[in-house]
Design a protein around this ligand. Structure first.
Ligand code: SF4
Length: 346
């Protein structure tokens, strides 16, 4: 059973935030992106942090903000320029959404025109976590954004049996906490506690500033939380990739801006209902499904494709698995074993 909407508040001991903040002052991480209260930079940073590991994130954030230093710069850029910086991160729909949301927000007068948290949440691609992060970390108002790490810490601290995938219920509990819990420093402290102390396996409870009042520790079972709900397996979807190439070039189409690999270049894709009776040429895990692809040679260039010289492929934005596939093909062209018979599993 999950907790009621105000159950967390009823379990507060009174001084946990002070203990947490004094731990954060001495043990917290120094992360450069925490030093700003510019909502645009926070937005870009939080969006990119969702894409990449924290160690790689710093360089990518720096590159993005150097290329698009302001909301206006991003709003007035072409989406292709955004995709170029995004290349290799996957989840390209997020790059499209970031660009579209920047255009909408800029047209409406920018962050200064926002009347409340809900206005942020209406922008394309800005979910409950990102909206609250922008709002709270820029000093606009109180909010505690809940991500998977905070679900872990808070489900343990409050011994909350809500399944971990019910993120909106955790967010509702956090939204009902007293305002002193919803300060940006508290969010940063909880994020660091999740990384450094309240780790998924073997949490270091003896080092934890919350140990005196942690409900899961009192039950003697920190690792029982968060409660996992059985995962339903990802569906598999099958695609034919229409393949036309010669020694000089490969024929690709630019995909529509929305949907799978939006705006990127690829051999034309056709979804089919069943697997083909041949080994797949491409297998790739996407957020919501597993993609299995088969190259289908065609006798002439498929409609809406353009010849792209093998040497110039690096100048085009390609989905990572397609780039890998084409790299194998290019190797085959140079006399390496024929890729026609190789199984590529990016
Ligand atoms: S006492 Fe242990 S389980 Fe509880 S919040 Fe701290 S590290 Fe996590």
């Amino acid at each position: 059973m999950g907790s009621g909407a105000s159950e967390w508040s009823s379990k507060l001991s009174g001084n946990e935030v002070e203990l947490l903040l004094s731990w954060y002052a001495s043990q917290g991480r120094q992360l450069p992106w925490r030093e700003t209260n510019d909502p645009y930079r926070i937005w870009v940073t939080e969006t990119l942090l969702q894409q990449t590991r924290i160690r790689q994130a710093e360089a990518r954030i720096h590159r993005f903000l150097e290329r698009f230093p302001t909301l206006q710069a991003l709003a007035e850029s072409l989406v292709e320029a955004v995709l170029q910086i995004w290349q290799g991160l996957g989840y390209y729909q997020r790059a499209h959404n970031l660009h579209r949301a920047a255009q909408q927000l800029y047209q409406r007068g920018g962050f200064a025109a926002l009347k409340g948290l809900a206005d942020l949440g209406r922008l394309p691609g800005v979910g409950p976590y990102t909206a609250r992060a922008i709002w709270s970390f820029s000093g606009r108002g109180a909010a505690l954004p809940i991500d998977g790490n905070l679900v872990r810490v808070l489900s343990r601290y409050f011994a909350d049996e809500t399944p971990a995938n019910q993120r909106s219920r955790f967010q509702a509990q956090a939204d009902a906490l007293p305002l002193y819990w919803q300060r940006r420093e508290v969010a940063f402290a909880l994020m660091d506690l999740a990384q450094l102390v309240c780790t998924p396996k073997r949490p270091r409870c003896l080092l934890c500033p919350l140990q005196q009042s942690c409900n899961a520790l009192q039950l003697g079972a920190p690792e029982r939380f968060p409660i996992r709900s059985p995962k339903s397996p990802k569906p598999t979807r099958y695609f034919q990739l229409l393949w036309y190439a010669n020694a000089e070039a490969v024929w690709l189409e630019q995909r529509p801006s929305r949907g799978l690999w939006g705006g990127l270049w690829s051999p034309p894709l056709q979804e089919i209902a069943e697997p083909r009776p041949q080994p797949p040429d491409l297998q790739h895990e996407l957020t919501h499904f597993r993609l299995v692809g088969y190259l289908i040679p065609t006798s002439e260039p498929p409609l809406a494709t353009f010849p792209i010289r093998w040497e110039e492929l690096s100048q085009y934005q390609l989905p990572a698995p397609i780039r890998q596939l084409l790299t194998h093909k290019a190797e085959g062209r140079r006399g390496l074993p024929s890729p026609e018979h190789r199984h590529i599993n990016p």
